[in-house]
Design a protein around this ligand. Structure first.
Ligand code: S3P
Length: 168
């Protein structure tokens, strides 16, 4: 069983992914963490030194390598992972994708506190952050909506996540 958690930055993918993997006793992978360990650089450094295009290639490569080398896991993807190449089709073919749909005001409040660790956000003022979230979310929605399962994050619990996943 391969479970891919997708959703916007700050939607809770790592948090719920960790809890879910514990309960299901499956390995947990955080795609961003895998990339930073492999490159020995933070995500911000990778973007600054090599650019976003390079990061997207790495992200796809890491997604494929982890998927092909493991039959079962819970993976917290990056916010952009399903939106590049054919990654969302690949995830749906290889396992079950779950979109954590989190309210935009919740995303804004979470991301305000975590801007610095995210290359796409770190130079934005608070007002720009709000605009950025609105714009990017509306662009990315079409990819997120292709998930096998949509969960309203405010209503999520580990047990309900498992119940939904089992019914896909
Ligand atoms: C990104 C989201 C980040 C990380 C990178 C780009 C995006 O992951 O992959 O900063 O394009 O939305 P999180 O969603 O885990 O913050």
């Amino acid at each position: 069983m391969r479970i891919y958690l997708i959703g916007f930055m700050g939607s809770g993918k790592s948090h719920w992914g960790r809890l879910l993997s514990h309960k299901l006793t499956l390995p947990f992978f955080d795609l961003d963490t895998q990339i930073t360990e492999q490159e020995n650089k933070s995500i911000v450094e990778i973007f600054e030194e090599k650019g976003e295009e390079y990061f997207r290639m790495l992200e796809k490569e890491t997604l494929y390598i982890l998927t092909e080398s493991h039959e079962s896991f819970v993976m917290a993807c990056g916010g952009g992972t399903p939106c590049y190449f054919n990654n969302i089709d690949y995830m749906n073919q290889m396992g079950t994708s779950v979109w954590l749909n989190t309210r935009l005001d919740v995303l804004f409040n979470r991301l305000l506190k975590e801007k610095e660790s995210r290359p796409l956000l770190k130079n934005l003022s608070d007002a720009q952050l709000k605009q950025f979230i609105l714009k990017k979310f509306s662009e990315r929605r079409i990819y997120y909506e292709q998930a096998d399962l949509v969960i309203e994050e405010s209503e999520a619990s580990v047990d309900s996540l498992i119940q939904h996943i089992m019914h896909v």
